[in-house]
Design a protein around this ligand. Structure first.
Ligand code: Q46
Ligand code: ZN
Length: 306
């Protein structure tokens, strides 16, 4: 197999693009695709301060690495969720990465902010761990991004296509209206972008490997059995038969959305406790904190970790 660009020995074959590439040309290809997404959707420019949320996985560390290499002004942000073992191992990868790359990564611990870990909060409030985690992550990511122009996350093509499939299967109109590579800034919410929306998971893995990025391979233990993993499997089977389907699915949706779907209108006001924008009386995070501090939070044997 020869590299389409230089004729040298190809190391990757990308079926969805029908192209084989050597290591150097693949890295260039990866950067070009990322930049095309950034520019096409007006995500950020050279002068912007970008906060990149990093979990310790290949996508987010790959994104931070690529944006730094491309000359952007980037800072990392890692949220330690307090999930037994997994969170410590993730932090270790992030810290090693930061040292090796010479990039600043801010670390925040959920335990310090909430007074307990995500898993403890889930047990005490009898709510699914991922639901608590979602509320806490949204809130803290936003708060951390206040001093930056934009918050970038490492969602890749497979993540976005799986989310889209789930939203369509269940006709989640509100989510469909808001699903996109860019969520514009609004009343206290930072602008959020997904520069890897058109780089596949296979590509981010190959990129991390070629660039020598040491990332955490295991997933969060609470993600086991998640419907998004099932949808990814279904899309992979379709992709096997019809290469390029994921890209067309997502790309087609973004064009359709621009023409036919309006983001739902929400009226936001500042939370009286913390000033965070909310549609309700007080924001979900402050509600969560208040419930954890009150006697209503009890230990439940029914809701356990994985
Ligand atoms: S929500 Fe759930 Fe994720 Fe939080 S608890 Fe793990 S799986 S990390 S994307
Ligand atoms: Zn609040």
């Amino acid at each position: 197999m020869k590299c389409r660009m230089c004729g040298g020995k190809a190391e990757v074959h990308l079926r969805s693009h029908n192209i084989s590439l050597c290591r150097e040309d693949f890295v260039r290809f990866f950067h070009r695709r990322l930049l095309r997404t950034v520019n096409r959707f007006g995500m950020f420019g050279p002068g912007d301060r970008i906060l990149v949320a990093v979990s310790g996985g290949k996508d987010s560390l790959g994104l931070l690495h690529a944006l730094k290499k491309l000359g952007y002004d980037v800072t990392g942000y890692h949220l330690h969720l307090g999930i037994d073992g997994y969170s410590d191992r993730s932090l270790e990868k992030v810290e090693k990465f930061a040292e090796r790359e010479g990039v600043e990564v801010k670390v925040e611990r959920v335990g310090d902010v909430l007074g307990c870990t995500i898993a403890e909060a889930s047990r005490r409030l009898r709510r699914p761990t991922c639901s608590i985690c979602g509320t806490v992550k949204r809130y803290l990511f936003n708060r951390a991004a206040r001093d930056y122009d934009v918050l970038a996350t490492g969602h890749n093509l497979d993540d976005e296509a799986a989310t889209l499939l789930g939203n369509i299967l269940h006709w989640q109109e509100g989510y469909l209206g808001r699903q996109g590579p860019v969520l514009e800034e609004e009343e206290g919410f930072a602008k959020k972008v997904k520069p890897l929306s058109f780089n596949s998971e296979y590509e981010t893995a190959a990129y991390a490997f070629f660039e020598g990025i040491d990332y955490i391979v295991e997933g969060c233990p609470y993600a086991r059995g998640a419907t998004s993993i099932f949808y990814k499997g279904v899309l992979n089977r379709i992709e096997e038969e019809m290469p390029g389907t994921k890209i067309r699915f997502l790309d087609g949706f973004y064009s359709f959305r621009r023409k036919h779907i309006r983001p739902p209108e929400v009226s936001l006001r500042p939370c009286p406790e913390c000033g965070y924008p909310t549609t309700g009386e007080i924001c979900n995070f402050c509600k969560l904190k208040a419930r954890l501090q009150s006697g209503r939070a009890t230990l439940s044997p029914a809701v356990r970790g994985p």
